[in-house]
Design a binder for this molecule. Structure first.
Ligand SMILES: NC(=O)c1ccc[n+]([C@@H]2O[C@H](COP(=O)([O-])OP(=O)(O)OC[C@H]3O[C@@H](n4cnc5c(N)ncnc54)[C@H](OP(=O)(O)O)[C@@H]3O)[C@@H](O)[C@H]2O)c1
Length: 323
């Protein structure tokens, strides 16, 4: 089968398409034939080496497709089942991938492969951020960065559905209308607006109870300054680079703030937690409250172009690879 592999860390050019042997499932494993593969920013951290993996390695943790074979002891899945995963061991950028049964969910008929590959990782992230890390309440005003991105478009719709007033940020004006159409009440341009001042203005000077920040280095200080006393800084990504080391005293100086650095992999580690979060996501998709936008589609062989697109900041919504 064909699979994307990297032999060394680096830019998108290190992604290479190779012929590798089709693996057989061991005990507790399922071989999933991919119909669509999710591209996520974390894949770029694995590729660059910001998050370390032993090399050489495959890439990607998310895909949707059909069960081809199951290993010993797997009773919950059978060949032909429509399934999706988003927290598997890396290697999803391939025509087929071995996945632990506990990391798989069955897809309802209403959810297509493209939607699942585009929406599982990003949608489950929105689920835990908005409903578990800081449970957003109706009437609250919140800040969510990268509003027009993969996670951002889903989070805007879901937060609006929860009854929040949602302030989003984007890196260019051409993304504002899209974010506004996806739940955001106010969209600020990080590169043009005094966005901290505008957030404080929108809250009558009080600040917001929570900021969801996946931009990292570039927005760290500003995000802290958007928070009300005892507000929660949810730092969940590094799109602009890792946040440099800081003293915890900054949290007291800025108002007895809380800080968390969560990951989907921790929240969805247990199979029942993964299934409950997926059920919640599939319900908001089925109700129409959340729509999943597949705005970029590349052939598996063109994974390099998908990564270049993500780095260019020109993408909106989700990006998928098609084997
Ligand atoms: N912790 C978790 O559980 C978890 C799970 C999923 C995703 N994440 C994180 O959430 C973020 C969004 O993931 P995604 O896959 O949906 O990506 P995405 O939002 O579709 O793409 C990343 C966006 O980051 C913004 N950005 C800001 N500075 C940037 C820079 N220097 N270079 C490139 N982009 C920059 C860009 O939007 P603008 O141009 O509009 O600013 C870009 O479109 C990522 O940081 C990812 O690591 C974390």
């Amino acid at each position: 089968m064909k699979a994307i592999r990297i032999l060394k860390n680096g830019g998108p050019e290190v992604l290479t398409l190779q012929d590798v042997e089709l693996p057989s499932p061991g005990p507790g494993q399922v071989l999933v034939r991919a119909a669509a593969i999710g591209v996520n920013f974390i894949d770029t951290y694995h590729r660059s080496g910001l998050y370390k993996l032993p090399l050489p390695t495959g890439l990607g943790t998310e895909a949707a497709g059909t069960v081809e074979a199951v290993g010993e002891g797997v009773s919950t899945f059978k060949p032909g089942d429509r399934v999706a995963y988003c927290t598997a061991a890396v290697g999803a950028y391939a025509e087929a991938h071995l996945v632990d049964a506990g990391k798989l969910v069955k897809l309802p008929d209403s959810v297509g492969f493209d939607t699942a590959a585009a929406g599982m990782l990003k949608g489950l992230t929105a689920q835990y951020l908005l409903k578990q890390t800081f449970a957003v309440q109706p009437g609250q005003t919140i800040v969510f960065h990268s509003a027009a991105g993969g996670v951002g478009l889903i989070a805007g719709q879901w937060a609006k559905h929860l009854g929040a007033t949602v302030i989003g940020t984007v890196g260019s004006d051409d993304k504002i209308a899209l974010a506004e159409a996806n739940g955001y009440d106010q969209v600020l341009n990080l590169n043009q607006d005094d966005w901290v001042a505008k957030v404080r203005e929108a809250t009558g000077g009080k600040g917001v109870p929570v900021v969801y920040d996946s931009v990292g280095k570039d927005t760290w200080d500003g995000s802290l300054d958007c928070l009300a006393p005892r507000g929660m800084m949810v730092s969940f990504g590094n799109s602009s680079g890792a946040v440099p080391p800081f003293s915890p005293a900054i949290l007291s100086q800025k108002g007895s703030l809380y800080l968390t650095r969560p990951t989907l992999f921790a929240y969805a580690a247990a199979p029942d937690a993964l299934q409950a979060m997926a059920d919640d996501l599939f319900a908001v998709i089925a109700s129409g409250a959340v729509k999943i936008a597949v705005n970029q589609r590349f052939a598996l062989a063109d994974a390099r172009k998908a990564h270049e697109a993500l780095h260019s900041r020109k993408t909106t919504g989700a990006t998928i690879l098609v084997p």
